[in-house]
Write a protein that binds this ligand. Structure first.
Ligand SMILES: [Fe+2]
Length: 236
C-alpha cells in the first residue's frame, strides 16, 4: 500500500515527538504492508510555518535512520491560504514528491472565502489539489453529496482518513466516511498518522472494511490512486 499523508517527521509539527518515534512509525507502516509513505508535516500560517527545505532535510535524515525498505517521500499538509500558488512557485511549499499534487486542508468549520478561485489558480498552475479528510468537517454532514460532488466536479481529489472508517474519530465521522465510500466520493485513503499510539501509520484495518464494502475496488483507494499521485499521473 501507499500512504500519501503522514506526520512522521519529528520536531516540526504535532506528529512524531522524537527520531525514535519517527523510526518506529516507519517500522509500523512497513509491518502493516505500506511500501511508500509521504511525510507531510503541517504548513499552517502562524502555527506551523514550515518550509520545504526543512522538510526535505528531515526526510533525508529519516531515510538514513530507518532499517526497513520503506520509500519515504516528501510533501506537506497545507492549510488553505490565499497565497499558496506564489509560495509553491517560490519553492517554499512542497507538492507531493515534487509532482503535481498538493495535499490541502480545509478549516474544520467552514469553506474559506474564494475557495473555488484558489482551486482554479492552483489548477492553472498545473497543481491538482488533494483535499484531506472532508469527512472530519462536520459542517459538510447535512450536504455531503452535493458538496463533495461539486468539489470532484472542480477536479479536486478527495482523501479520506483510514481512522474515519474504523471509528477513531467517532460515530458521526464514521457514518460520513461510509456514505462517501458507498457513493463513490473518495479517491484515496491515507493514514494521516501522528504517532505510534493514538493515530498510527496503519491502513490495513481500513482496507479490510473497504474490501467488505466495495470488493476489489478497494485497491484503487490504497494502491492505484495513491500510486498515481506520487508519480504525478492523472487519476481516472
Ligand atoms: Fe494531516
Amino acid at each position: 500500500m501507499i500512504d500519501i499523508h503522514a506526520h512522521i517527521l519529528p520536531f516540526i509539527d504535532d506528529g512524531a515527538v522524537s527520531w525514535e518515534e519517527a523510526v518506529e512509525m516507519c517500522n509500523m507502516a512497513y509491518d502493516d504492508g505500506i511500501r511508500a509513505i509521504v511525510a507531510t508535516p503541517h504548513i499552517m500560517d502562524g502555527l506551523y510555518p514550515n518550509k520545504k527545505n526543512d522538510i526535505v532535510k528531515k526526510v533525508e535524515e529519516l531515510r538514513e535512520r530507518i532499517e526497513v525498505p520503506l520509500s519515504i517521500l516528501w510533501g506537506a499538509d497545507v492549510r488553505v491560504s490565499a497565497d499558496l500558488v506564489s509560495r509553491i512557485k517560490a519553492g517554499t511549499i512542497p507538492t507531493i514528491n515534487d509532482k503535481n499534487y498538493l495535499l490541502l486542508e480545509l478549516p474544520f468549520d467552514r469553506v474559506p472565502p474564494n475557495f473555488e478561485t484558489l482551486i482554479f489558480d492552483l489548477q492553472m498552475n498545473g497543481i491538482t489539489p488533494v483535499l484531506t479528510h472532508p469527512e472530519r468537517c462536520l459542517w459538510i454532514k447535512g450536504n455531503l453529496k452535493p458538496i463533495l460532488s461539486r468539489f470532484i466536479e472542480l477536479g479536486i481529489i478527495i482523501q479520506m482518513n483510514a481512522g474515519s472508517l474504523t471509528g477513531a474519530f467517532g460515530k458521526e465521522v464514521k457514518a460520513m466516511a461510509f456514505e462517501m465510500v458507498r457513493s463513490g466520493l473518495v479517491h484515496v485513503v491515507a493514514s494521516d498518522c501522528h504517532s505510534t499510539k493514538d493515530r498510527p501509520p496503519v491502513l490495513s484495518s481500513a482496507m479490510t472494511i473497504l474490501e467488505s464494502m466495495i470488493g476489489i475496488n478497494y485497491k484503487k483507494l490504497v494502491y492505484d490512486n495513491p500510486g498515481k499521485i506520487i508519480e504525478g499521473l492523472p487519476i481516472n
